[in-house]
Ligand binder design. Structure first.
Ligand SMILES: [Ca+2]
Ligand SMILES: [Ca+2]
Length: 257
């Protein structure tokens, strides 16, 4: 009897064991559920933050693109208002498109761009100015070019001494005339003023060094061909100047529609 009681007290009742095991299992499930919920909550926070960040970035990128677009639009509008005097209306005209090949303030003619300065300086300073614009003092290659230039110069001159430097000099050797690209002057394409005392005369009264640079203008009494408009002059004299450079083909094509 006592043994039976002792045996009974030493054993865990089957129902009690089952309850304990069930509680343990329920606790484990709750913990697992809690962990899963925590992970889901964390994932939801991460997704929300990523979404918010992506939205912010998209908004920021759109703002940047909008600002860039406005800048390009402003630039094109400014160019179309200032650089394009004329645009072709038909596609076939684009072949000989006369528009938008020269920078603002430059004049286009025969595949070249010309700049007639408003200020005056000596020959070397004038040349440096032209070179800073990726050009040089003008070199005259044909009678046609001389006609264009002399007509423009005559329109711009305010008085007889208001002449323009061109890119011709005999500063290396007296009487040997060279253009700024080091090519020699073709005598059949020279347009010296012809009068009682013909140019070039290397006159030394104004400067003992003589006259080694060439300016273009017009004669007071035009008894001769008006194309003959070149005078040699002291390179230190202050004159306006003509810069020349090749036109920049297709540079403004986008705005020429
Ligand atoms: Ca000379
Ligand atoms: Ca002279």
């Amino acid at each position: 009897m006592s043994r039976s009681q002792g045996d009974t007290e030493g054993e865990v009742p089957a129902s009690k064991h089952t309850n304990s095991s069930r509680r343990s299992k329920v606790t484990s499930e709750r913990v697992a559920l809690l962990v899963v919920c925590s992970l889901l909550a964390a994932a939801a926070i991460v997704i929300y933050r990523l979404s918010a960040f992506a939205h912010f970035q998209t908004k920021k990128n759109l703002q940047t693109l909008r600002e860039e677009y406005e800048a390009v639009k402003r630039n094109l509008t400014e160019r179309s208002n200032t650089v394009m005097p004329k645009c072709p209306k038909h596609p076939e005209e684009i072949i000989n498109d006369p528009c938008m090949k020269c920078d603002r303030g430059w004049e286009q003619h025969g595949g070249k761009c010309y700049y007639f300065s408003t200020g005056s300086s000596n020959w070397e300073q004038s040349r440096q100015f032209c070179q800073r614009t990726r050009g040089d003092l003008v070199k005259i290659d044909s009678t046609e070019e001389q006609i264009f230039l002399v007509n423009r110069v005559r329109e711009k001159m305010k008085h007889l001494e208001d002449m323009f430097w061109i890119g011709l000099t005999d500063s290396k050797e007296e009487g040997k005339w060279f253009w700024v690209d080091d090519s020699p002057l073709n005598t059949s394409l020279s347009f010296w003023v012809s009068r009682k005392q013909k140019e070039p005369d290397n006159w030394t009264k104004e400067n003992p060094d003589g006259e080694d640079c060439v300016r273009m203008g017009k004669e007071k009494e035009e008894k001769d061909n008006y194309l003959k408009s070149w005078w040699d002059k002291s390179c230190k004299a202050s004159q306006r100047s003509i810069c020349e450079k090749h036109e920049e083909s297709g540079r403004y094509t986008l705005t020429c529609v």
